[in-house]
Structures are given as structure tokens and as C-alpha cells.
Write a protein that binds this ligand. Structure first.
Ligand SMILES: [Fe+2]
Ligand SMILES: [Fe+2]
Length: 280
């Protein structure tokens, strides 16, 4: 049975674990105020899971859903930058806090780069190829440009942005959102695979390994690591995190993702119409 929990309800348990009240408030408020966008995202996945799609429409989805290699490389870049910052710190206590902050940031990429498992880009490639039946989804012609501006900006900021504290604040909502989205979509993919791809139950673990590897404590652990990393950074620099920035990052990420899924849904419908016209 598909879970009836909304993304907001799923992330609420993780937000409740954050010690800092202002951080909790900023994150909860962003999900509350972005309710309309969250519904768009949830409807996208509900619609996805309740029908069969043409091969072309599936290629559009899988090409544009996730790119774990690019995402994790930018988190590694921020980790390396924090290490350089730590190395140049004069006070030993500042240095050790910044090194610990870098370690927290590194935790976000452990699974992605394949520590203890399979590199997540390889896992995603395998997942998409299994479910579409071939590797055509990788072709550039399926790329949808111009959406995910906030995510793309975050990746660039982790690599080149001036303010490392802001880079952490801006990244934190991404891991929380990932936790919510993966947990929301997992049962829907299980159902879709069974009902619309007609696959036998025994292959479900292999087919959906990419999604299942992001459940449980994986993404929620990344979120918790970033919260601790932000605390270390703030203590090292003697500043308080800007909670307005945290609210805005989270809110903008969600609204941007809703915009992205709206655009992808539109392109998938166009592919369906084209497939229908060709078949007629
Ligand atoms: Fe991952
Ligand atoms: Fe993550």
C-alpha cells in the first residue's frame, strides 16, 4: 500500500531532531509556506506511478530526475575548501572545529562516492537503464534546460562561493528535501514497477536499489551531519547562522523543484502525444 504521508509529514520527524529552535522553525515554516509546491511535486509522482509511459517519456524523466555524480562532486569540493580553510587557521581550536566541520560535510558524500557500496552515479545509471530497458535516456536530447536553477546554483556555490557558511546553510535543505522525496517516491516506484512494468517481485531489490539505498538513515544522516557541520562552522568563526537564509534556501529549493517537475510533466505529456500520433 502506498504511504499516505506527505513530504511535509515525512521531513517533520527529521526537523524535530534538530536541537536549535530557530533552525527548526525556519525549516518547518519553509515547508508550511511551500505547501502548494509540495502538492505539485507529490502529484507529479502520484501521476507517474499510476500509468504506463512511452519509452520517450520515460527517457525524459530519467534523464532529468537525478545526477548524483555532479551533486556529490560539489559536496566534495566544499569539504576540500573547508579543509584548506582549516589548514590556514592560526588558532588550534578554530582549526580543529573547521576540520571537524569538513568531516561532517564529507559524510554527505560517503555513499555517493561508493564508500562501503556502489558509487551512486553507477547505481543511478543502472537503475534508469533497467527501468527504461536501454541506455537511450542518457542522450542530451532528453535534457530539460532552465529548471533546477537553485540546485545548480548551490552546486556552483559549493565550488566557488565566497562565504563557506552560506554554502553550508544553502546545502542543508537539499539533504532534508532528498530525504522527503526519496521516502515519498519509494513505495510509488515499487507499485509502478509491478503494475505498469509487469516485473516479477523477485527482481525488485535489484531494480530499485538506487532508491532503497537513499532510505532509512542515509539522507536523514546527511541532513543531521550538515546541521552539526553548521554548528561547528559557526563556533569556529564566532558567528550565528543566518536563519532567514536557511528559510529562504529551503523555500526556494522546494518551489524550484515544483517548477522543475511541472516542466518535466509537460515534456512527458508532449512525448506521450507524439507517441500516440505515431501509433495512430
Ligand atoms: Fe546518493
Ligand atoms: Fe544526501
Amino acid at each position: 500500500m502506498t504511504t499516505t504521508k506527505t513530504i511535509e509529514q515525512i521531513v517533520a520527524t527529521e526537523i524535530a531532531l534538530v536541537d536549535n529552535e530557530q533552525a527548526r522553525h525556519a525549516l518547518s515554516r519553509s515547508y508550511g509556506n511551500a505547501a502548494h509546491s509540495l502538492r505539485t511535486i507529490e502529484c507529479f509522482f502520484d501521476d507517474f506511478a499510476t500509468r504506463s509511459w512511452s519509452e520517450e517519456a520515460l527517457c525524459v524523466f530519467f534523464h532529468n530526475w537525478r545526477s548524483p555524480g555532479i551533486g556529490s562532486a560539489s559536496f566534495c569540493a566544499l569539504t576540500f575548501r573547508l579543509m584548506m580553510h582549516a589548514e590556514s587557521a592560526e588558532k588550534p581550536e578554530v582549526r580543529s572545529l573547521l576540520y571537524r566541520c569538513a568531516s561532517r560535510l564529507a559524510e554527505v558524500s560517503h555513499e555517493d562516492v561508493g564508500i562501503g557500496g556502489i558509487n551512486h552515479q553507477i547505481l543511478y545509471d543502472d537503475f534508469a537503464t533497467r527501468l527504461t530497458g536501454r541506455d537511450a535516456w542518457k542522450l542530451d536530447r532528453y535534457h530539460h534546460d532552465g529548471t533546477k536553477a537553485f540546485l545548480t546554483g548551490s552546486r556552483q556555490y559549493r565550488q566557488h562561493g565566497d562565504d563557506l557558511g552560506y554554502a553550508i546553510v544553502r546545502s542543508l535543505p537539499e539533504e532534508l528535501y532528498n530525504y522527503g522525496e526519496f521516502t515519498f517516491v519509494a513505495p510509488r516506484f515499487v507499485r509502478w514497477r509491478k503494475e505498469h512494468l509487469g516485473r516479477p517481485p523477485e527482481g525488485v531489490k535489484d531494480d530499485l536499489k538506487f532508491i532503497h539505498d537513499h532510505l532509512g538513515t542515509t539522507e536523514s544522516g546527511h541532513f543531521a551531519a550538515l546541521v552539526r557541520g553548521l554548528e561547528d562552522y559557526a563556533a569556529a568563526m564566532g558567528v550565528l547562522p543566518d536563519w532567514t537564509q536557511l528559510y529562504e534556501s529551503s523555500y526556494t529549493l522546494i518551489t524550484d523543484m515544483a517548477h522543475h517537475y511541472g516542466a518535466i510533466a509537460q515534456r512527458m505529456r508532449e512525448e506521450e502525444e507524439r507517441a500516440g500520433a505515431l501509433a495512430a
